[in-house]
Design a protein around this ligand. Structure first.
Ligand code: DON
Length: 594
């Protein structure tokens, strides 16, 4: 048995811990303005000033953990751009938020290059191992084996996030990967203070996590789980990140780390092959883009369902002046649009490398107009089938961060290990907590997954296939404003981003958008879910009178992180979801490359 890697702080509520904790627990939201510019007569100076006005006055970063946001600024100050910062923020989140994401998982990086104006979507979604046939997930009665689907080696797809870090640094960054990974390596080695979400999440997954030797080695100290204020030190994860920094792709997908991952999966009864790791590739895809009122929306294409759903919902809603409607009617119409988009998600969407999807039709204005015509202005449309199951609440799993730098580069990144602490299984000697993303496949067609969403053939499991996602990293631009936004929340990610778009369109600021109460409809179960206080009692009654089932007052969900550049005002600002402790949105008047 290895020495315990977690250090107690019971005798020494270490100064470092206190400082880090203080930094991490503060939720900052503020804005900076461009420095006042003196009138300059010279043409060259005037041109320079004009160009400066076209660029953000610094960098804005919003993420779910203060240490990750700070690491992003550290890298910008070291001469990096938004993409180097994205690598740093992503890697630090993998260290300090194992509850949500990690290098044993995957994610989507939506990037915008300021200079060229190009948008690209880096798909680092996990892939299914060949052994993961549909039959492998059924129990003796032919029912979905939920334990296999969500816990341990069979629930894990081949990780994509390490490949994304290597790819984004090499293709878009200005700094060596080793520089951008340095903050994550340092924090993994020195430790960070355990916070409440981590402790609470561990308690809810404890029974599963402690099945696995590697997990016990990382998270238990003298047999006890992590407690608030202690330092969580992860030397194996530091070493794995170092190997990634030194050897790039091969540092994770071949050699020592790969061998340990394969051995761990085999030890726990799973089946991964060396060529499945070595053969993993990120995919660069064209983002999905469409217009909504004054906004150009650039967002996630399949294998995310988010962009398609947003395109449908927003184009349906464009037929009404939402601001002019009373609240019950507005929520009724938005819910009906959500219902229709989630129905199509269920039927049509999957991995574009494997399935043909009618994307042009699904995202067309004409199709949206047809759907809109089927919405009764005052009556709920019953969903075609009623699953009878209430969708579980989502909390802290998955994480999003948003960055805009002084060159107008931007990154909107959502990354995940799926459910709390993913599969619960750490591969011994690597510090890598494996995801449980396989549950995002329709492992048994028509059977809802952990988010209460189901699927059919388009999202059936197949070797090398990517499971359908709801992660929706998004940019929105108008003549005046540029926004990056995204959130965790499983199937509720899409509707959070939708409500954020509607809120920005209504003129709200990033902190207001992050705090906005949420509601959600996902076709099945056939009900509107709402956070406490999101709907006034009179609105709930009015919706019920229209035929809606309303689950008002569910616990809250999401952890939205957003930044905005107001081109007209020359300001940057950010908003970090006030529902969760530890997030940080901040702005620094520094230029990449300064
Ligand atoms: O890709 C997806 O849609 C899910 N695996 C995301 C999971 C998630 O957001 C969990 N959140 N609370």
């Amino acid at each position: 048995m290895r020495a315990l890697s977690r250090k107690w702080s019971s005798r020494r509520p270490a100064l470092l811990a206190a400082v880090l904790l203080g930094a991490a627990m503060l939720v900052h939201t503020f804005a900076i303005a461009a420095p006042a510019r003196a009138a300059v007569p010279a043409t060259a100076a005037a041109a320079a000033a004009e160009k400066a006005a076209m660029l953000p006055p610094g960098t804005a970063i919003a993420s779910a953990h203060g240490l990750a946001t700070d690491a992003g600024f550290e890298i910008i100050r070291a001469g990096g751009n938004a993409f180097d910062a994205a690598v740093a923020v992503s890697a630090v989140l993998s260290v300090v938020e194992p509850i949500s994401s990690g290098i044993g998982g995957g994610g989507f990086f939506l990037l915008h290059e300021g200079r060229s104006g190009r948008d690209v979507f880096v798909d680092a979604r996990e892939t299914a191992p060949a052994a993961a046939t549909p039959a492998a997930y059924l129990d003796a009665q032919g029912e979905l084996d939920r334990d296999r689907a969500t816990n341990g080696p069979w629930s894990a797809g081949i990780p994509g996030l390490p490949a994304a870090l290597v790819h984004v640094a090499a293709e878009y960054g200005q700094l060596p990967l080793a520089t951008s990974l340095a903050p994550a390596i340092r924090i993994a080695r020195q430790g960070f203070p355990v916070y409440e979400r981590l402790e609470r999440g561990y308690a809810s997954r404890r029974a599963v996590m402690e099945r696995y030797r590697g997990t016990r080695e990382v998270f238990l100290a003298d047999g006890d789980p992590p407690k608030v204020g202690e330092l969580l030190v992860q030397p194996d994860l530091a070493r794995t990140l170092e190997l990634l920094a030194e050897h790039g792709f091969d540092g994770f997908y071949r050699g020592e780390v790969a061998a340990k991952l394969l051995a761990a999966v085999a030890e726990e009864g799973g089946q991964w092959r060396a060529d499945e790791l070595a053969g993993y590739r990120v995919r660069e895809r064209a983002p999905l883009a469409f217009g909504y009122r004054d906004w150009n929306i650039v967002t996630a294409p399949p294998p995310s369902s988010g962009g398609v759903a947003l395109a449908q919902i927003l184009q349906i809603l464009e037929g009404w002046d939402l601001a002019a409607l009373d609240e019950p009617t507005r929520i009724h119409l938005v819910s009906e649009a959500m219902r229709r988009a989630y129905r199509d998600r269920t039927i049509y969407l999957g991995d574009p490398d494997f399935v043909k999807m009618p994307l042009a039709r699904l995202t067309s204005a004409g199709y949206a107009a047809g759907l809109r015509a089927g919405i009764h202005p005052q009556k709920a449309t019953p969903s075609a089938l009623l699953s009878g199951e209430v969708a579980p609440l989502e909390d802290d799993e998955t994480t999003h961060f948003s960055i805009i730098d002084a060159h107008g580069n931007r990154a909107s990144v959502t990354q995940t290990v799926n459910l709390l602490y993913g599969s619960g299984m750490v591969a011994p000697g690597t510090g890598v907590l494996l995801n449980n993303e396989m549950d995002d496949f329709a492992l048994k067609p028509g059977t809802p997954n952990a988010f209460g969403v189901m699927g059919f053939a388009a999202n059936a499991v197949a070797p090398g296939k990517r499971m359908l996602s709801s992660m929706t990293p998004t940019f929105m631009t108008s003549p005046d404003r540029v926004v990056a936004v995204g959130a965790p929340g499983g199937s509720r990610i899409i509707t959070q981003v939708l409500l954020a778009i509607l809120a920005y369109d209504a003129g709200m600021s990033p902190p207001q958008v992050a705090a906005l109460p949420r509601f959600h409809h996902q076709w099945m179960p056939d009900a509107i879910s709402a956070e406490p206080g999101a709907l006034a009692p009179a609105t709930v009654e009015a919706l019920q009178a229209m035929g809606h089932k309303v689950n008002a007052g569910e616990s809250d969900w999401g952890n939205l992180q957003t930044v905005q550049w107001d081109r007209k005002a020359g300001t940057l600002s950010g908003g970090s979801d006030p529902r969760r402790e530890g997030g940080k949105a901040a702005v620094e008047p520094v230029s990449a490359g300064d």
